[in-house]
Design a protein around this ligand. Sequence first.
Ligand code: PLP
Length: 446
Amino acid sequence: MSARDLPTMDSLELRHYWMPFTDNRRFKAKPRLIAAAKDMHFITVQGERVLDGLATLWCVNAGHSRPRIVETIRRQAGELDFASSFGLGHPLPFRLAERIAALAPPGMEHVFFTNSGSEAIDTAIKIAVAYHRLRGEGTRTRFVGRERSYHGVNLGGTSLGGVRANRRAYAGVLMPGVDHLRHTHEPEKRRFVRGCADQGAELADELEERIIPLHDASNIAAVVIDPVAASAGVLVPPAGYLARLRELCTRHGILLVFDEVITCWGRLGAPFAAQRFGVTPDLITFAKGVTSGAVPLGGVIVRNAIHEAFMASPAAGMEFFHGYTYSGHPLACAAAMAALDTYEEEGLFERAQRLERAFEEGVHSLRGLPQVEDCRNLGLIGAVELAPRPGAPGARGYEAFERCWERGVFVRPIGDTLAFCPPLIAEERHLDELFGTVAAVLKTAP
Ligand code: PLP
């Protein structure tokens, strides 16, 4: 698209659209509008190119407007626009589920589709509770989340999540029966860690030392963890932490759910974080990169034994009273098949592995710049944390984001942390531009 073809802002009325997770007043006073996107770049309505340093919202793993995905969606819309999966069916979700099962850890061969990560988390909560009930352990209804984890915005995910700002206004309506493990970020003990820290696996022991003695394991359904907590500031787990959680959950009959909405589809150089860490959970939630962001789609992958418990239910009729009108939507499934084709044909998961070293160097090249308190990374997820300005937490991060944008690079501010998560098609020159721009901004930051 040339700048000449771009939609203009002249006739655009901004006040009707209530934007999500946005400071609406600030944004509308100084809008940043994207008209088009291709590969690694956005094109703004003013015709400027901006490097996408966050796969837009941790989604666009194959890059923007990739031909196979675009063509497939076009074709699918003309062929079968919508078909319900409630007691009817069409071939696409079956094909896609088979494909996802082949990429998932062994023994996890069943997939339930949703439209988003938040819905995937709600679905996982219901599967866990219903599964225990089917096995005669109906007292297992409590959940364990973690501070500074993010599991989307439905009431289930908000309750399990540990982000104060997202919970504060809704305290009275959050799910009862949820405890939180402490987060794994210990800046007083370690900073500027490359990858996983050697120390800290014992933080998982809190499950057995505090939470289980308080409630009794017989009342706990599942522990829900994002393997790398991305949206709340990129917190990488210490080595051995997830394996320790697995061990404790198994010992106490508690299900382990990995919320992989960000960490799957090559982000950590493997289909799933489960494979990167060598730890197999009981359920995996996914979304975002499954279609490379092109059409909304999420889902839950479950261990065979869990699925079998539902299918072996002695009650006749429906096994699981749950589903979304658009579960298994044809456009979403087609887009996902095309995205998975693209990942495979272009070897993008392996490419992410190869790029990880250069990415890590880029993230840690910011160490020593003014106000930089920490740098963290794993796979192609990274962050730089800045010292908050006294009396104005978040201001420094937001200003740095704005100044990077003005210089043609998009990074995401999370308070005073800037997060990085480029599409897997990134080349080293893109990383140089990304981290070079951030460095230039930090060098001159007030
Ligand atoms: N879980 C995790 C780990 C996420 O990062 C997100 C979104 O960023 C979600 C769940 C929610 O996904 P969605 O925004 O698609 O509902």
